[in-house]
Design a protein around this ligand. Structure first.
Ligand SMILES: *[C@@H]1O[C@H](CO)[C@@H](O)[C@H](O)[C@H]1NC(C)=O
Ligand SMILES: *[C@@H]1O[C@H](CO)[C@@H](O)[C@H](O)[C@H]1NC(C)=O
Length: 278
């Protein structure tokens, strides 16, 4: 199953670089969705998620350096470099835990009181259970959830996991200010008008995002911010964002928004109220 999924992903990745047509893109998206549904029980599937959305949906967002890793094979945790001797021992790790030193907290729930200099982060034992493999002594930006009665800090492959030194100016600016102040907005991954996100969000508060798999300007420089008049959200313009889009030969989202607003609303359902044939 994992094998098939990788092939599908490859197809999609190649598809975007070879400028496959829209139908092709949609088809591969459908295949991916289908495969994800089938393998949901066995493997980890994450939808592409914009950093702003990662920030907003997370319980915590921190910068932390990994000090030590422990792996749980069955009942208890052991050091990651120790291989269990018991031949009957399950060789597949169930869970990993990382002792980390936390440097910064960009987001934390007010109710959580367990912050120390050193905390443990928990994750699935393997990639199939969405586990994150962090490297020792590396500093990461990590987003995650707080779960269970003992308030475990949990991270997963579907969260925001990025080596801290690779964050750019705009991502740091987002973490410090823009993401937090715009969680009323929702960045959704869209293909045409099919968007992956909660259905109960007012569409005018959605910023559409079609990731470019080779160089995504939206992830690097995009903030989805509330309009000043409070009527919705839009992609905030900045010079780097614009230059990035120009060099990718991509359309500007702010120009598209304007077009969409000016275009008349066409009601296609002939049975809708108020529409009568003469
Ligand atoms: C988000 O929207 C709610 C309801 O529409 C409003 O009360 C709240 O002030 C908004 N939050 C921000 C940060 O603007
Ligand atoms: C994605 O980025 C690449 C590299 O910068 C660019 O050549 C390509 O045209 C972009 N693709 C799309 C679909 O915009």
């Amino acid at each position: 199953m994992l094998f098939i999924r990788n092939i599908t992903l490859d197809l999609i990745l190649q598809g975007s670089s070879f400028k496959m047509n829209r139908i092709g893109e949609l088809l591969s998206l459908l295949i991916l969705l289908l495969v994800s549904i089938v393998e949901e029980v066995q493997a980890c599937t994450c939808f592409p998620t914009h950093p702003q959305q990662q920030y907003c949906k997370a319980d915590f967002v921190i910068v932390a350096t990994v000090k030590r890793e422990e792996v749980r094979y069955s009942k208890s945790f052991i050091k990651s470099d120790v291989i269990p001797e018991d031949p009957n021992f399950m060789r597949f790790p169930i869970e990993r835990k990382f002792k980390v030193r936390i440097h910064r907290k960009f987001k934390l729930p007010k109710t959580f009181i367990g912050w120390n200099k050193n905390n443990f982060l928990y994750t699935g034992g393997s990639g199939a259970s969405c586990g994150v493999m962090l490297k020792n002594r590396v500093t990461y930006l990590l987003s995650g959830q707080i779960s269970g009665p003992d308030q475990q800090l949990r991270i997963s492959m579907c969260g925001w996991v990025q080596e801290y030194k690779t964050l750019n100016y705009h991502q740091k600016k987002g973490l410090n200010y823009y993401y937090k102040h715009n969680c009323n907005c929702s960045v959704q991954w869209c293909t045409y008008d099919f968007c992956n996100g909660p259905r109960d969000v007012d569409p005018s508060f959605v910023c559409k995002w079609e990731p470019n798999w080779t160089n995504d300007c939206y992830t690097k420089h995009g903030f989805c911010t509330q309009k000043h008049d409070g009527t919705g959200c839009h992609w905030k313009k900045n010079r780097k964002f614009k230059n990035c889009l120009v060099s990718n030969n991509e359309k500007f989202p702010w120009r598209q928004n304007r077009e969409r607003e000016i275009a008349p609303q066409i009601e296609t359902n002939e049975h809708s109220p108020g529409f009568e044939w003469p």
